[in-house]
Design a protein around this ligand. Structure first.
Ligand code: ZN
Length: 174
C-alpha cells in the first residue's frame, strides 16, 4: 500500500472575506424588515468572530404595535425608522468582546449613525457588499467619519459561482 495514500492537496471553498460576508448575509436573512435586510459580523485579526447582528426591533417590546413600513409621508412615529435598531448597532450592543481593531463585514454600507458607533469602538476596517446609498448626505457623512477615524472601507464582490457552489453543497447534505 502506498504510504502517501491519504496525503493530497486540499483547499477551502471560501477565503476569509467570502466566509464572513456569507455569515453577514445569513444574519441579514433573519431580519423581519420587508424592505431592507442588513446583516454584519465583526471579526478580529485571527479571523475569529466577535459579534453578529441584523436590523431588528427594540428587544423586548411588543413588535405588533410597531410599524415596519418605510412610507415617509406619515409622521415619524408611524415609520419603521423611528424604532429599528441597525445591524451594526445590534452587533456592537451585544458584543461580548472588545471590538477595537476589528473588521466589520456588512451587507450594506453603514449609515452615519452606525459609523459614529463603529468609530467610537475603534474598529479598523469595513468590508461591504452594497453601497446603494452612495452619494447621499448620510453616506457622505459616514465616509467622512471613517476617513477622519482612519477606518478603511472596501467593497467585496462575491463570485456568482459561490452561490451556485453553496446551493449545490446544501442540496447534497439535505
Ligand atoms: Zn446604521
Amino acid at each position: 500500500m502506498d504510504s502517501q495514500v491519504n496525503y493530497m492537496p486540499v483547499a477551502s471553498s471560501l477565503n476569509w472575506d467570502e466566509y464572513f460576508m456569507l455569515q453577514a448575509m445569513i444574519a441579514s436573512f433573519k431580519s423581519k424588515d420587508p424592505n431592507t435586510k442588513v446583516g454584519c459580523v465583526f471579526v478580529d485579526d485571527n479571523n475569529h468572530q466577535l459579534s453578529m447582528g441584523y436590523n431588528g426591533q427594540i428587544a423586548g417590546i411588543d413588535e405588533s404595535k410597531i410599524p415596519w413600513g418605510n412610507v415617509k409621508s406619515v409622521p415619524l412615529d408611524q415609520q419603521k425608522y423611528a424604532y429599528v435598531v441597525h445591524s451594526e448597532a445590534n452587533a456592537i450592543l451585544h458584543a461580548k468582546a472588545d471590538l477595537a481593531g476589528s473588521r466589520c463585514y456588512v451587507t450594506l454600507f453603514p449609515c452615519h449613525e452606525c459609523a459614529k458607533m463603529m468609530a467610537t469602538v475603534k474598529i479598523k476596517e469595513v468590508v461591504f457588499l452594497s453601497d446603494k446609498y452612495n452619494g447621499s448626505v448620510e453616506n457622505q457623512i459616514a465616509k467622512k467619519i471613517f476617513d477622519m477615524s482612519q477606518i478603511k472601507y472596501r467593497e467585496l464582490k462575491l463570485k456568482p459561482s459561490i452561490v451556485t457552489d453553496l446551493s449545490n453543497y446544501f442540496h447534497s447534505i439535505l
